[in-house]
Design a protein around this ligand. Structure first.
Ligand code: XMP
Length: 520
């Protein structure tokens, strides 16, 4: 989309777990970068991409291994600055005439301290605040001889070549990971690197927004676009952006499957139809979904039914739009980064069983994906830039199958009604205590069990529910949120007093793994 309107930095991925963090650090510096797996970067690619600088990521391999991942040789002839990190350093030394040794007793994992050798280096400007700088190491092999032209600028007890560089060619190679949190001053290295590479730092959200709008207009022309709007951050930001670009050529379809939270449908419809004046089809299909889910208790069957119906309903309503040629999706950058898989199999990702995937082919639609270059927090920033209210931008994620997967066992209208009320009280509690933004996701699950209680002088026999609240970065792993006992007690009391049908409240303290965030 932004092809060549900004200087571009190429990150060659050798399979490190933290490659995405390099991109994050660079984006924070307003530098446009893309991650590409080493085996997708050949000479033709380099010519087209035209990087102004290159970073080699870390990776789990050994340069000695047969078929060890290598960059294309031409990379060193581009005349652009290159920074190698960990495995990236070893690759650089290996390719340029240095030597790498297998780690035997010299492996280093975790915190280490690097001391300067005293020679100045542009990359290190302002970096050594004290006479030793904390860094994060994670390597088995190590460099034993640096390549001709390189010098040593920093050492650690187990890494005599912790920081190396050939200042004349602007090639730099470090043994540690400057992108991780545990290298506290790491951002400075990236800042120096992009400065000396001549980046202007012009990758701002304002610029992105303007370019994205121009690019959507160019892509779509005078054709029509439909967009599945869920009310989540991604689809909302995508819709508002596309609406700014092409106005009423966009129609949103909001499918109400009867599994939404209290007040959710009204909120989304009011916001987009009334506030943004967007053509919006409110597909009230509660009867259809709840009818087909009647009596179904197996989680996978539930998901499959919902996924299938969603596609049918979307297709049905899309027909009302007439001749749409494009489908808009809120695909994000982490979804499109092709990850380097050394196991040979596809990398395991938690993917929604329910989204509009499969629709474009089925309906013969082309895709508009204006967020595919952005990380989640950048999408939020773009949302702010577009004037979306903070309450929308900061919303916790909500799964496509909605309350169905928070209602283990059979779904009934009675249970859904109780669940909606309990969830509303719980979220209200979290907001009242100013905890909403600290928590990644919070919700109530209604359990398929009734328990005996006593209220007033009477016996009750009502449902039990579980509260869930987790902290997470991306939903792949999560930990339970450590509410105070006071908070939990107060919340349980409120739910039991305010929600008829519930007489017992539990708190789920399972992390992920081994649990999942949702109950089904
Ligand atoms: P789990 O339960 O797998 O959830 O730990 C991880 C994150 O994904 C969300 N989730 C979904 N989102 N469609 C979605 O759009 C789905 O089918 C789906 N299943 C789980 C879940 O809410 C959590 O944020």
């Amino acid at each position: 989309m932004t092809e060549h309107t900004h200087d571009r930095l190429l990150i060659i991925d050798f399979g490190s777990q933290v490659t995405q963090l390099i991109a994050r650090r660079l984006r924070e510096l307003n530098v446009y970068c893309e991650i590409h797996p080493y085996n997708a970067v050949d000479d033709a690619f380099l010519k087209k991409f035209a990087p102004k600088a290159v970073i080699f990521s870390g990776g789990p391999s050994s340069v000695f291994a047969a078929g060890a991942p290598m960059p294309p040789e031409k990379i060193f002839e581009l005349g652009v600055p290159i920074l190698g990190i960990c495995y990236g350093q070893q690759v650089m030394m290996h390719c340029l005439g240095g030597h790498v040794e297998r780690g035997q007793g010299t492996a280093e994992f975790g915190r280490a301290f690097v001391a300067p050798t005293g020679k100045p280096l542009d990359l290190l400007e302002g970096w050594f605040i004290t006479d030793r700088e904390q860094v994060w190491m994670s390597h088995g092999d190590h460099v034993s001889k640096i390549a001709p032209g390189f010098e040593v600028y920093g050492t650690s007890p187990n890494a005599p070549f912790a920081i190396t560089g050939d200042a004349s060619r602007h090639f730099y190679a470090v043994q540690f990971h400057p992108e991780v949190h545990h290298t506290p001053n790491g951002a400075r290295l990236y800042e120096n690197f992009v400065r000396l590479a001549g980046f202007k730092g012009d990758w701002t959200m304002r610029a992105y927004r303007d370019e994205a709008i121009a690019s959507i207009r160019e892509q779509v022309g005078d054709q029509k676009v439909i967009c599945g709007l869920s009310g989540g951050v991604d689809s909302s930001v995508a819709a508002v952006l596309i609406h700014e670009a092409i106005g009423d050529q966009l129609t949103c379809v909001f499918v109400d499957h009867g599994l939404l939270r209290k007040g959710e449908a009204e909120e989304v419809v009011t916001m987009f139809r009334d506030h943004y004046n967007m053509p919006l089809i409110h597909a009230d299909e509660q009867e259809l979904f709840l009818g087909e889910l009647d009596g179904v208790s197996d989680p996978e069957t539930k998901r499959k039914i919902i996924g299938r119906l969603f596609i049918d309903v979307f297709q049905k309503h899309a027909k009302d739009v007439g001749d749409a040629t494009f489908l808009a999706q809120g695909t994000l950058y982490p979804d499109v980064i092709e990850s380097v898989s050394f196991s040979g199999g596809p990398s395991v990702t938690i993917k929604s069983h329910h989204n509009v995937g499969g629709l474009p082919e089925k309906m013969g639609l082309k895709l508009v994906e204006p967020l595919r270059e952005l990380f989640k927090d950048e999408v939020r920033e773009l949302g702010r830039e577009l004037g979306l209210p903070p309450s929308f931008i900061g919303r916790h994620p909500f799964p496509g199958p909605g309350l169905a997967i928070r209602c283990p066992g059979e779904i009934t209208r009675e249970k859904l009604a109780i669940l909606r009320e309990a969830d509303a009280v719980y979220i209200d509690q979290i907001r009242r205590h100013n905890l909403y933004d600290e928590i990644w996701q919070a919700f109530v699950a209604i359990l398929p069990v009734r328990t005996v209680g006593v209220m007033g002088d009477g016996r009750t026999y009502d449902f039990a529910c579980a509260l869930r609240a987790v902290t997470s970065v991306d939903g792949m792993t999560a930990d339970y949120y450590p509410f105070s006992h006071d908070f939990l007690g107060e919340t349980a009391t409120r739910i039991i007093n305010e929600v008829p049908g519930i007489n017992r409240v539990t708190y789920d303290i399972t992390s992920k793994p081994p649990g999942t965030i949702e109950w089904e």
